[in-house]
Design a protein around this ligand. Structure first.
Ligand code: UD1
Ligand code: CA
Length: 480
């Protein structure tokens, strides 16, 4: 039978060093909040229940945690009386539990599910009352020290403020992650006292309590210290963010992704990349972005919640909630706003902004255009400098352009309007009325010419002088 597992995540602490109106564990890195990373790691261990202890700014924390873990058990710690008191609040909220209770903190975003799984397995196989996830560090300042007896067995955790000089020299420290036999924990919690340097109920005192009653305790050493590192201020948050990114990039490179410059490439935790994707310098792939095989993204591109098809090419682009088809080409200098869908083999070129626009297979918007609230059929080409005028000052309207249409340069489509399949428009056309399939629409009138205008109306200017010189040289109108 699989052992019952309850995970307790402590997230009641204030985090004043963040100097933020946002609660500490809600600060983001790698596309999730700190506590979001911890909850993802915890969920991957598939516990029967997850309890989160909230307190400080709980109006912010509660809805976030509920959204990530809909069946979470929330426990409220009214006053921060210590980690022992926090776990007591958690156990009260849970009611009857057996098996294992795993305690973790909400501010250790690099924590991996795999480590938790190994730790819990070790704890259960050894049938201990308490297990400590420890690590050996070069600077143990601030941590609880693992005190071992002559036989090497763990005897206690001593907090820094309560430690003797000799104990302070110990380099093996408590990561903060502990595993308990639930029945032992329930007996031990009421026996904790706050008779110590911080006047807090220390969860770590359960180790000595277990020893007193002859129950087995032990430590599981985790070599990867970063996994249990917490961020207390924004400098540490940035450091952890960089380390998280380094790990994410490493994972994708091992999966067959080329990252030309890891130092300037940022990938969020939930991004999914196919083998043989190439990422050029200055690329940020954020949110739930997915990139298909052989696609090349960058340089200097930010894509959030985008889908990039196989073999597509995206250069110097900013995109959000956009879908780029297989083999399509985007950029340089393109702005893809939400609802953009570019078909396979299509093109969105330089200085083009799109929004709520379905651009069909092989269709092209190559230059200097705004395409908003539009549908463009397959194989259609939109001329340079075209504006889809979707907004009349009150409401937005759609423009529909058919298949294999050819629209001229510098057109304005005054929505709502439609252009039929195979239709065309002349340069400079302002399309206010629907254009039938196969027709050519022209709105500009015939060109008028007022001969000798420059010399008559702009006398004494360089323009008039140039016109005079041309006339005297006998040039035909239009020649230079
Ligand atoms: C704690 C450990 C220490 C360990 C260190 C690792 C204890 C007594 N000490 O010390 O051995 O080396 O973590 O980082 O457990 N919290 C609550 N309610 C409280 C107090 C704390 O929810 O009343 C939460 C905090 O939000 C935080 C975590 O528990 O996420 C740790 O609390 P903190 O006060 O930072 O403990 P440390 O002194 O760092
Ligand atoms: Ca701490």
């Amino acid at each position: 039978m699989v052992n019952e597992l309850t995970v307790v995540v402590l997230a009641a602490g204030g985090g004043t060093r963040m100097r933020s109106k946002t609660m500490k564990v809600l600060h983001p890195l790698g596309g999730r909040t700190m506590v979001g990373h911890v909850l993802a790691a915890v969920r991957s261990v598939e516990p029967q229940r997850i309890v989160t202890v909230v307190g400080h700014q709980r109006d912010q924390v509660e809805p976030h945690v509920r959204q990530l873990v809909p069946d979470v058990v929330l426990a409220v710690q009214e006053e921060l009386l210590g980690t022992g008191d926090a776990v007591r609040a958690a156990m009260d909220a849970v009611g009857e539990t057996h098996g294992t209770v795993l305690v973790a903190y909400g501010d250790t975003p690099l924590l991996e599910g795999e480590s938790l799984r190994a730790f819990v397995a070790d704890h259960e196989v050894a049938a201990r009352a308490v297990s400590i996830l420890s690590s050996v560090v070069s600077d143990p300042t601030g941590y609880g020290r693992i005190v071992r007896g002559a036989d090497g067995g763990v005897e206690a955790i001593v907090e820094e403020k309560d430690a003797t000089a000799e104990q302070r020299a110990i380099l093996e420290v408590n990561s903060g992650i502990l595993a308990f036999e639930a029945d032992f924990l329930r007996e031990a919690l009421p026996r904790l006292t706050n008779d110590n340097a911080k006047g807090e109920y220390y969860l770590t005192d359960t180790v000595a309590l277990a020893r007193e009653v002859g129950r087995p305790v032990g430590a599981f050493v985790l070599d990867d210290v970063a996994q249990t590192a917490g961020a207390n201020d924004r400098a540490q948050l940035a450091e952890l963010g960089r380390e998280l990114n380094r790990r994410i990039l490493l994972r994708w490179m091992r999966e067959g992704v080329t990252v030309m410059d890891p130092a300037t490439t940022w990938i969020d935790a939930d991004v999914v990349l196919a083998p043989d994707v190439t990422l050029l310098p200055g690329t940020q792939l954020l949110g739930a972005t997915v990139v298909g095989e052989d696609a090349v993204v960058g340089p200097d591109t930010t894509l959030k919640d985008c889908e990039v098809g196989e073999g597509a090419r995206v250069v110097r682009t900013h995109g959000e909630l956009a879908v780029i088809g297989a083999g399509a080409s985007v950029g340089p200098f393109s702005y893809l706003r939400p609802g953009t869908e570019l078909g396979a083999g299509g093109k969105i070129g330089g200085f083009v902004e799109t929004k709520n626009a379905r651009i069909g297979e092989g269709a092209k918007v190559p230059h200097l255009s705004y395409v908003g609230d539009a549908e463009i059929g397959e194989g259609t080409n939109i001329g340079a400098g075209t504006i889809f005028a979707n907004y009349d000052g009150v409401a937005k309207h759609r423009t529909t352009i058919g298949r294999h249409a050819r629209t001229g340069s510098n057109n304005t489509f005054v929505a709502p309007v439609s252009v039929g399949d195979g239709a065309g428009t002349g340069a400079g056309t302002v399309v206010r009325d629907d254009v039938a399939a196969g027709a050519l629409a022209l709105s500009a009138g015939p060109q008028r010419e007022l001969e000798g205008w420059a010399e008559r109306r702009r006398p004494g200017t360089a323009q008039a002088e140039a016109a005079r010189a041309a006339r005297e040289a006998g040039a035909e109108p239009g020649e230079g």
